[in-house]
Design a protein around this ligand. Structure first.
Ligand code: HEC
Length: 173
């Protein structure tokens, strides 16, 4: 009995040790965050809600929304945001515009992050939003487990009364 369990363990350990070296191993699914949220497939085609610029770390941001979020922002229905709304933020390092140095322009892509509104599904984290981030051009999922949302939520506390959202939609004519 003992031997069997030891040898079973050995098989498992060997498999674990060999797995990362196996060329045929399926690539990890980078589209899924460790908390189970999926990278919205067509976010690059979403419309713009606003833009922002962080002067402490020299980054520029574009804030986007899926169709439900855009409809809500344009009909001033943002507190609370409706279920199904997803807000995205694309962050870029800034660089001086090469043909006009007093202007800044987006440079290297830093990360994309998203807030997914579902008041029931995400009630337990106290915000009614799911939170996820993907890093860099290879879109590496951020965080280790479902607790990855904690630092997001802590930093968004100042806007708790605005349904946890900092961004004010740009006004268009
Ligand atoms: C250091 C504080 C801080 C942390 C940590 C943080 N945020 Fe934010 N977040 C902000 C601020 C400030 C804004 C608005 C200004 C801007 O666009 O950067 C913002 C904006 C956003 C927006 C655009 C909608 C809005 O609220 O204006 C999304 C989406 C977002 N954050 C997602 C996340 C996610 C997901 C995480 C965690 C993985 C996270 N944030 C962590 C401070 C933070």
């Amino acid at each position: 009995m003992k031997l069997t369990s030891v040898s079973r363990r050995l098989v498992v350990l060997t498999a674990l040790a060999v797995t990362p070296l196996m060329p045929l191993q399926a690539a990890p699914n980078t589209a899924v965050s460790p908390n189970g949220l999926e990278l919205p497939q067509n976010y690059k085609d979403w419309k713009v809600i606003s833009t922002s610029h962080r002067i402490d770390n020299n980054t520029m941001r574009i804030i986007l929304g899926n169709d439900i979020a855009i409809k809500a922002s344009r009909s001033d229905n943002m507190n609370p945001w409706p279920d199904g709304a997803i807000l995205g933020k694309l962050v870029f390092k800034q660089v001086a515009e090469k043909n006009w140095p007093s202007a800044i322009a987006p440079d290297k892509f830093v990360h994309a992050e998203f807030m997914y509104k579902d008041a029931k599904k995400y009630k337990s984290n106290g915000t009614g939003w799911g939170w996820a981030r993907w890093l860099g051009m290879d879109q590496k999922p951020y965080g280790k487990d479902e607790n990855l949302a904690q630092p997001c939520i802590t930093c968004h506390v100042p806007v708790k009364g605005r349904d946890w959202v900092f961004t004010t939609a740009i006004k268009l004519p």
